[in-house]
Design a binder for this molecule. Structure first.
Ligand code: TXA
Ligand code: MG
Length: 350
């Protein structure tokens, strides 16, 4: 199958691209869809066969449910029931935006989308192009991140092309995703009120609306243990470049010295993911590819660059990567969560 790429910018929305996308979705096909978080691999959420195609194209495990993307808040009532006042409050505060809410599902959502769970994940993206496409489709879109399972999520159309060219007919190119990390997933079903996956909406922001919100413990243990079970996707290895990653946390000076020593000892080509403020410290290491994630004080910038940086390590064909972990507040919790997984919990605390 030939994969066409059509451009769509937020201020200059190309009607042709939107109509083509809608035509493919209504015909049961899949598209690469830009959102403010990461690109999605989207299909008609009411169509069982389209959902099956999504699992197949990504190589996604059959027990990892999909998020339904809507273009108007009220559509949540079409796909979910028993929507509480608390759910309404966080919908009003954070939609459209990077918040996915788990609620009790209605029968219109095929079991293949929810992986036989009694719940469904719903999100209303703030990306205007994404919403225009959903609207033109006339149906909500089931869409996981548009990467092959296990790879870092795509933040550009080129990343989607890398992973899915030949498997889908169309990728809508909306430029680089503004946030760069996937949405926060919160469980609000059956009286729950907790974060299952940290993301663009932080626990601090949620507690401003609902003070008793339960945070995410950022899994200090290996994936596959109890915390992972609630949100099936969290137990799988994710976001990983091909070469092993070691993640450094703690005192910055000690981390820099340790990375310099380890890199020099390695002899082979290594990757170093670091902050702008310290990148010069590594410039004399000949076998290192140094990637600047952004300023240590600008967590939004680091989030924006993270997945593209992880992918570029594969292009550079490094044998090992050393990564610095930013501070653990706001969206930093989500960055740490993705780095923990990229490193398969191979963490050095200094
Ligand atoms: O930002 C995002 O959320 C992106 C864009 C495309 O919207 N999508 C995304 O989808 O990251 P995906 O499939 O890569 O991640 C969905 C996460 C998984 O961890 C999955 O297990 C969880 O949401 N999830 C989906 N439905 C669930 C449910 N009913 N109960 C618990 N967790 C669920
Ligand atoms: Mg994903």
């Amino acid at each position: 199958m030939q994969t066409e790429v059509l451009k769509l910018t937020q201020d200059n929305m190309d009607k042709k691209a939107i109509l083509k996308a809608a035509q493919i979705i209504r015909g049961g096909g899949l598209i690469g869809l830009p959102t403010e978080t990461v690109y999605g691999l989207a299909g008609n959420c009411e169509d069982e066969e389209a959902a099956q195609k999504i699992f197949k194209a990504k190589g996604r495990p059959q027990d990892n449910p999909l998020i339904i993307h809507i273009c108007e808040k009220n559509e949540i009532y079409k796909y979910a029931k028993n929507i509480s006042h608390d759910v309404q409050k966080i919908m009003d505060a954070f939609w459209p935006g990077p918040l996915t809410i788990i609620v009790e599902k209605r029968d219109i959502v095929p079991d293949v989308v929810s992986c036989n769970l009694p719940t469904v994940a719903v999100r209303m993206p703030s990306h205007e192009g994404a919403r225009a496409i959903i609207k033109a489709c006339g149906v909500a879109l089931a869409a996981p991140s548009a990467n092959l399972s296990g790879r870092p999520s795509p933040t550009t159309a080129a990343h989607v092309y890398e992973d899915l060219a030949g498997k889908i007919p169309l990728i809508i190119d909306g430029g680089m995703c503004h946030i760069g990390l996937e949405s926060t997933v919160v469980d609000m079903s059956f009286g729950e009120k907790c974060i299952l996956r940290p993301g663009g909406v932080s626990i601090e922001m949620l507690r401003e609306i609902l003070p008793d919100f339960k945070g995410h413990n950022n899994e200090t243990a290996l994936p596959n243990d109890g915390v992972a079970v609630k949100s099936p996707g969290m137990k799988y290895k994710h976001y990983a470049p091909k070469a092993p990653v070691t993640l450094f946390k703690g005192d910055v000076e000690s981390i820099i010295n340790c990375i310099i020593n380890r890199a020099k000892m390695a002899e082979k080509k290594v990757g170093i993911l670091c902050f702008s403020e310290v990148k010069d410290k590594f410039c004399k290491i000949e076998n290192a590819v140094v990637i600047d994630l952004g300023s240590k004080d600008n967590l939004e910038e680091i989030a924006h660059n993270l997945f593209a940086s992880l992918r570029s390590l594969d292009e550079e064909i490094v044998f090992e990567t050393f990564a610095m972990c930013p501070k653990n507040a706001g969206i930093g919790v989500a960055i740490e969560n993705r780095l923990n997984k990229a490193a398969s919990f191979n963490i050095i605390n200094l």
